[in-house]
Ligand binder design. Structure first.
Ligand SMILES: [Zn+2]
Length: 691
């Protein structure tokens, strides 16, 4: 279980669907009064000169009724989602595209056998991945020994033994294991068990009965059958095996928690002794499991869903050897298919295509860049920051964090629903909140063999090495300086148990941050991101952790009751938005992210106001006031287009709202936005306000 809260998961989604939500308040100002994007202001400053893109806008749209269209309309009209993508954003994906090209250049140089051992490691890994004919020539050979073991299981005990071996190899099935911070003492690692073992993205994909989901399951069953056949099973066995896999996974899904249930930190932390694990799932040899993984069991183990282990026990008792053989073989293939020969890669993509609508596979070099970043993140990261992370962005980001943090402190002092004791504890948490910018202070090293001839085995060794390094943390103190994202990653996160925010070098790039852009534009783009991460410390989940990262209530009850009323307003607001016609957002699933978006834009705006009092009069650009530039920057950072399949998948699984609502939902609650565009005040009972 990773308790961190990132800015986006994997990718973001956007929707052009019309919203019946609160942003449809009638405009007080006709759109014609908004100045044209192209016109320079009296002093000659243009939108481009402050870092905004006038061509991305649609200045004929009414900013009061459809600000997303106003900020992004031009971009939405001219942008086509690339064939090898499911979604495309003006910020995240454009930056990622630049980063990928730079990483490719670095890796190609590194694959020319340089003297530096770090460069040689990433170069060899990348070159082995790029050697398509060698990979294709090996077929399923790299996983043949594992498949042979799967074909021999005969009872629950042998299933448990092979599961243990596969977990050590970083092949996940049945459940997941990782170190987690002790909920009552966040400074120490304990072992954590989480539900898992499914091949579809969500437990509801096994349980819902609508037409779309039934079709997805039918495709999935065929996909498992084709994969098992590729792995060498005779046709009849592959067919039956796929049915067995679906039944077995459905049983695991039934015992699993929903995504909304998984947002309750108290429910997710259940400290159990190994003796108690044996009571819940006696068919699994827990002692042998932890021993083989070198995990000490002197302290309790955290279990996110004790009920899931009981479900797993029932499945271990109920299912026969043939079903287990199919299940184990399927997860070995599923987990490694992208590192194997073309038929495996194509079949894995066929499933992805159904889930996301992506038309074409990514070019091999893009997949190999991503694989190298996953296997050797700190080695590739060192090369990346050397060429792509100027010192000035780090200084600017630090300044931004201080400005936003100060704004939150002021905000805390003025909130009328706070009382003195809770306010002072909130300040304590804010003061203790740390931040990491750019890249880690200590780089990790990697001790595993990288063979120029076998890409798949390299990838497996990288995983096994990572599992061993992770699990070796159990029983040890937590290093608060450790990173959970690689430096080139275009994302950011807040970790409630470490009470820190992390901003990788990858996100501190244009259009999020540009040294040449105006302060208002940088604050609207990356300032909002900083405010978003900081607010996670105080969202419906983060607020349950104290300054030290322990799951401990620091709220006075009446204040907490008022806080819950305020967050319920946000849940209601977003539950009305539609990702696709007829497909509403889940206001409970997206609650934490929506609270963070609201807080993010509000804090970034407050920081802008604070700089204004001390500096020269604000500069208009292209006829837009500084406040308007701020909101345009915020909107343009989230211009996005997605395929409908991807929209649907994200609405079901992603805790983030589609970008369109991340902009419009947040701004609908900000009177300063309405003021900046002369939209007229919204009735107070239609405005949500938390932080
Ligand atoms: Zn977030």
């Amino acid at each position: 279980m990773r308790p961190s809260h990132s800015l986006l998961i994997g990718a973001v989604s956007a929707s052009l669907a019309c919203s019946g939500g609160p942003t449809s308040t009638p405009a007080a100002t006709p759109a014609a009064e908004v100045p044209s994007a192209a016109a320079p202001s009296a002093d000659g400053a243009t939108l481009e000169s402050v870092g905004l893109d006038p061509l991305a806008m649609d200045s004929s749209a009414n900013p009061c009724t459809d600000f997303y269209r106003f900020a992004c309309g031009g971009w939405l009209d001219k942008t086509e989602i690339p064939a090898d993508e499911a979604t495309w954003t003006r910020s995240f994906h454009e930056i990622r595209k630049r980063n990928e090209l730079e990483l490719k250049r670095l890796l190609e140089a590194a694959s020319q056998a340089p003297a530096d051992p770090n460069a040689r490691a990433i170069g060899t890994f990348y070159a082995a991945c790029m050697d398509e004919s060698l990979v294709n020539g090996l077929g399923a050979q790299p996983i043949a020994p594992l498949l042979a073991k799967a074909a021999q299981v005969k009872d629950a005990a042998s299933v448990a033994r092979l599961t243990t071996e596969l977990h050590a190899a970083g092949i996940w099935l049945l459940f997941d294991v990782s170190p987690v911070q002790d909920p009552t003492d966040a400074s120490r690692w304990i072992a954590g068990l989480d539900q898992g073992g499914l091949g579809l993205p969500d437990r509801d994909h096994y349980l819902r009965d609508d037409e779309q989901t039934r079709a997805l399951r039918a495709f999935y069953t065929g996909h498992v059958e084709r994969m098992l056949a590729l792995a060498g099973l005779p046709a009849a066995a592959a067919k039956q095996g796929a049915l067995d896999v679906l039944r077995l996974e459905t049983e695991l899904a039934t015992a699993s928690k929903t995504r909304v249930e998984r947002r309750d930190p108290k429910g997710m932390f259940n400290r159990l002794s190994v003796a108690r694990l044996r009571e819940l799932a006696p068919a699994f040899d827990w002692r042998a499991y932890f021993e083989k993984l070198s995990v000490p069991t002197s302290s309790d183990v955290n279990v996110t869903a004790p009920h899931f282990l009981e479900g797993m026990q029932a499945v271990l008792k109920r299912e026969g050897p043939a079903a287990w053989r199919a299940y184990l073989a399927w997860h070995i293939v599923r987990s490694t298919a992208r590192t194997l020969s073309q038929p495996f890669v194509d079949e894995a993509f066929a499933m992805e295509q159904v889930l996301t609508g992506q038309a074409e596979q990514k070019a091999r070099w893009r997949r190999c860049v991503a694989a190298t970043d996953a296997a050797l993140p700190d080695l590739l990261g060192q090369s990346y920051v050397a060429t792509s992370f100027a010192g000035e962005s780090k200084t600017a980001a630090e300044g931004m964090v201080h400005a936003i943090s100060t704004a939150f402190g002021h905000e805390l002092d003025t909130l009328d629903w706070m009382d003195a004791p809770t306010r002072s504890r909130a300040h304590e948490k804010l003061d203790a909140m740390a931040y990491l910018i750019g890249y880690p202070s200590k780089w990790k090293t990697y001790e595993f063999e990288i063979d120029p001839k076998t890409y798949s085995s390299n990838a497996l060794r990288a995983r096994a090495f990572d599992v061993a390094r992770e699990l070796a943390k159990v029983g040890k103190p937590v290093d608060r300086e450790e990173w959970q994202m690689s430096p080139p990653t275009v994302n950011a996160y807040y970790d409630p148990q470490r009470n820190h925010m992390v901003f990788p070098a990858g996100v501190l790039q244009p259009p999020f941050y540009d040294v040449k852009s105006a302060a208002a534009v940088n604050l609207g783009a990356v300032g909002m991101v900083v405010g978003h991460e900081l607010t996670h410390g105080f969202d419906d989940e983060g607020s349950q952790y104290d300054a030290q990262g322990n799951l401990k209530n620091w709220w006075e009850q009446p204040v907490n009751d008022r806080f819950k009323q305020k967050t319920a307003c946000v849940a209601d607001q977003y539950s009305k938005y539609e990702a696709l016609p007829g497909l509403k957002l889940n206001g409970q699933l997206t609650l934490g992210e929506n609270i963070a978006d609201l807080g993010g834009v509000k804090l970034a705006y407050a920081a802008l106001r604070a700089t204004r009092s001390s500096e020269a009069a604000p500069v208009a650009a292209g006829g837009y006031s500084e406040d308007q530039q701020f909101f345009l920057a915020m909107g343009q950072a989230w211009c996005a287009k997605s395929r409908p399949e991807f929209e649907r998948l994200m609405a079901q699984t992603n805790p983030h709202s589609p970008p369109r609502y991340r902009v419009q939902g947040a701004l609908a609650n900000l009177p300063e936005f309405a003021e900046a565009f002369a939209c007229g005040a919204r009735p107070e009972d239609q405005v949500c306000s938390v932080w």
